[in-house]
Design a protein around this ligand. Structure first.
Ligand code: AMP
Length: 173
């Protein structure tokens, strides 16, 4: 899968000094490559019962929506503060660049529903772990996590904990 790394643009010092930003736009502007990586993200979960994908704003929506279509399941957006229009619950977390909060609609998940959490990239795991807390507070059961990219040195897997976690492309940082 590492061959896809050559299509991801590394942008040094964005959005802050010291961050090596992994820009996926250079990969997904190619229709075939986009379809291929979505298929690879889909594979580990294709035989699992999944009721809903919960994806994290903003780039998580790109892969989450495509995977929802492939898995024939619902899609739930987790968004930055004050973007969702109805009643929400929220979680705060620290990330590679600053602190943030994410929100989910209170009625987005029914108790016992099987949930796959999707984002473009796993760094420290702060946002994915916060997303997992939101899902579990609403009674969802997490089937696993799917990321296109994982920055392994940041040890996000450890922060997420004991769940099935898949990523396609890895970088140390
Ligand atoms: P974290 O919560 O630290 O795992 O950060 C993951 C979230 O922040 C994802 O939604 C990514 O889109 C974004 N992110 C963090 N670090 C990077 C990076 N180096 N390049 C691109 N996106 C990043």
């Amino acid at each position: 899968m590492q061959q896809y790394a050559s299509f991801i643009r590394n942008v040094p010092d964005f959005p802050e000094k010291g961050i090596q930003f992994k820009d996926i736009t250079t990969l997904i502007k190619d229709g075939e490559l986009f379809a291929q990586v979505v298929d690879y993200m889909y594979n580990p979960f294709r035989h699992q019962q999944i009721d809903k994908i919960v994806a994290i704003e903003a780039r998580g929506f790109i892969f989450g929506a495509a995977l929802s279509y492939k898995l024939n399941c619902g899609f739930v957006p987790v968004r930055k503060p004050n973007k969702l229009p109805a009643e929400t619950i929220s979680e705060t977390y620290g990330k590679e660049y600053g602190e943030d909060r994410i929100e989910i609609h209170k009625d987005a998940i029914q108790k016992g529903e099987k949930i796959l959490i999707v984002d473009d990239l796993l760094a420290t795991g702060g946002s994915a772990a916060a997303c997992a807390r939101l899902v579990e507070r609403l009674g969802g059961e997490i089937v696993g996590f799917s990321f296109l990219i994982e920055l392994t040195d940041l040890k996000g897997r450890e922060k997420i904990g004991d769940y099935e976690i898949h990523s396609l492309i890895t970088y140390p940082i």
